[in-house]
Design a protein around this ligand. Structure first.
Ligand SMILES: CC[C@@](C)(O)[C@@H](O)C(=O)O
Length: 598
């Protein structure tokens, strides 16, 4: 580790700085106080951070507490010194009002840690939905060598001989409960069956999506994303990840070398092929903005819509995480896409090789789970971007449009990609839960359900509340999904073909603030439009009246962070980042070292 052409380690400025011996002593003494030696801190060994996202508050990532031991062994093996530290915990299913509020907070905290401490490289322990983008956004901003280690999905869930997938079973079970087919106890048993081990969602929810895309971006070791959390292979890849980060520091291989425009386009293509979550564009666009790559939302449709669905995982398909891993995981999917020239093969990855070299020739091990490109589950499975007088942009995940939905809404031979219907509007999930079964609302199979007040400002944090079940009386008649439209997000585990992430949100006076129950709405997937069918003058009048009344109302902030984030957060179309933070790019290279502290 002492070769001539090795980059100067930034940790030397803390631990071995002959120009400022006064400070060196102070920096050294507390890192010696738990038993590290001068020899370790002053002999040119790289100091590697382990950004620990696991804790009792974040069960999805809790297994990282165990994996970190193997990461340390790998770091040691290659002559590095490991310093483990906590990242603000984020548990998607635990945090109220929504973990959406916490991604940018964890990002901010991690930027300060990576920049302000003596770290030469970092292992990002990623997993649950927001932990992955928070870590990658921070690594992009600071731009020191960084490698992601996924915690991996839970084992498959089972109930009465059927696979039960995380999240996906919740939405199904809610329907069964509403229709009176199961009782509360059975409801909880059924849902709990989907979470049989440590790890994150075993479905193609946001977690598996974001971890697959992290691998597709080149930020984690090839073949690592899909390994279930409890498998022995996960321990081994933790060790390999620890080893590799030390080499990356020696090679000065940084996020900016990996997170290129080509890498982001690869991620978009892979997202369509895996049937990835509608949260992906928010997070991937956020990462792109922090590394300085332009990635307008339209790129998702341009590069992703024509790509077929190859991975047969719930919610778009049948199988779960263990099956995905056994079938070949991300490399097998990428190899199929490469065969069609859909992947930029020259994109560099954390192992120092290109994605092409990593994935070329990787075979599918089970074609029921990962389909060959020639026999996909669905053609044209990527997102459609919609716009109109309801919003400047929103997306729809076409891979979850099933036969029943297509037959009901998209089967008019004259206009096969368009549908129209009356709106029923809910202001937040409380309003929806309270009224959805009220027959007075007159919801029919033609109704479009609207959820507003659920965006980054309104909720605050943008909550996963747009997927709404139909009223119980319609479920009993066999109607399992109505079109849902909203300015919030939706769980990646939901099979609802909703129109999501509408920007600007109602709280920012987007068009959704103006719609009323009973208005007719027209959606045209071919033209990419979503409009409320009322004259512009009427809309302008409604806008004027609402603005005069103080704008679209939303609840007061309950914590300081809610208030701070509300003041500076952008809309989901552009990643819902803290606006202004994107000015701080590659700060380890562009902003010098932070000043001494004493
Ligand atoms: C319940 C499932 C979650 C928590 O993963 C969800 O946030 C998702 O988007 O996939």
């Amino acid at each position: 580790m002492t070769s001539e052409n090795q980059p100067k380690l930034r940790s030397r400025a803390w631990f071995d700085n002959p120009d400022n011996i006064d400070m060196t002593a102070l920096y050294l003494e507390r890192y010696l106080n738990f038993g590290l030696s001068l020899e370790e801190l002053q002999s040119g060994k790289p100091i590697i951070g382990i950004a620990q996202t696991g804790s009792d508050l974040s069960p999805c990532n809790r297994h990282h507490l165990v994996l970190a031991e193997r990461v340390r062994e790998g770091i040691r093996e290659m002559g590095g010194i490991a310093l483990e530290f906590p990242v603000h915990p984020i548990q998607e299913t635990g945090k109220r009002p929504t973990a959406g509020l916490d991604r940018n907070l964890a990002y901010l905290g991690l930027v300060e840690l990576l920049y302000g401490y003596p770290l030469d490289g970092v292992v990002l322990t990623v997993g649950c939905d927001k932990t992955t983008p928070a870590c990658l956004m921070a690594a992009a901003t600071v731009n020191i060598p960084a490698i992601a280690l996924s915690v991996g999905p839970m084992l498959n869930g089972w109930h009465k001989g059927e696979r039960t997938g995380s999240g996906t079973i919740v939405w199904k079970a809610r329907e069964l409960l509403a229709a009176g087919e199961i009782e509360a106890k059975e409801f909880i048993r059924l849902v709990a069956s989907s979470a049989p081990s440590t790890g994150y969602c075993n479905t193609m929810g946001t977690a598996t999506t974001m971890n697959s895309l992290t691998e597709a971006l080149g930020m984690s070791l090839p073949g690592s994303a899909a390994i279930p959390a409890p498998y022995r292979d996960r321990q081994e890849v933790a060790y390999d990840t620890g080893k590799r980060i030390v080499e990356m520091v020696a090679e000065d291989l940084k996020p900016s070398d990996i997170l290129t425009r080509e890498a982001f386009e690869n991620a978009i293509v892979v997202n369509s092929a895996i049937g990835g979550s509608t949260n992906a564009p928010i997070h991937i666009n956020a990462i792109a903005r922090h590394i300085g790559v332009e990635l307008p939302l339209d790129t998702w449709q341009e590069k992703g819509h024509h790509v077929p669905l190859l991975v047969n995982l719930q919610p778009a398909g049948e199988y779960l995480g263990e099956d995905y891993y056994r079938a070949g995981g991300v490399p097998a999917v990428v190899a199929q896409l490469m065969g069609q020239g859909l992947i930029h093969e020259g994109a560099v990855t954390v192992n120092g090789k290109t994605i092409g070299d990593n994935c070329r020739g990787v075979a599918i091990e089970d074609e029921k789970v990962i389909r060959p490109f020639e026999a996909p589950l669905k053609e044209e499975a990527g997102f459609v971007v919609l716009r109109g007088n309801l919003f400047d942009s929103a997306i729809m995940k076409t891979s979850v449009i099933d036969q029943a939905f297509r037959a009901r809404y998209l089967s008019n031979p004259e206009d096969p990609e368009a549908f129209e219907g009356p709106a029923v509007v809910f202001d937040g999930p409380e309003d929806y839960h309270h009224r959805i079964d009220d027959p007075a609302l007159g919801i029919t199979p033609e109704t479009l359900l609207f959820m507003r007040g659920a965006g980054p400002i309104g909720y605050p944090g943008a909550a996963e509340v747009v997927n709404m079940r139909p009223p119980a009386y319609l479920i009993r008649e066999g109607v399992h999904a109505l079109p849902c439209i909203g300015d919030g997000r939706q769980s990646g585990t939901s099979g609802s073909p909703s129109i999501l992430n509408a920007s600007p949100e109602a709280a920012a006076m987007g068009g959704l603030a103006l719609i009323r129950t009973g208005d007719r709405v027209r959606i045209d997937l071919r033209k990419g439009t979503a409009d409320v069918l009322i004259p512009d003058e009427e809309l302008a009048e409604r806008r004027r009246v609402l603005a005069e009344a103080g704008g679209y109302p939303y609840p007061a902030s309950q914590t300081p962070w809610q208030e701070i984030q509300r003041g500076i957060v952008g809309q989901m179309e552009t990643g819902a980042i803290l606006e202004g933070a994107e000015k701080y790019q590659k700060i380890a290279q562009t902003r010098g070292l932070p000043r001494d502290n004493h």
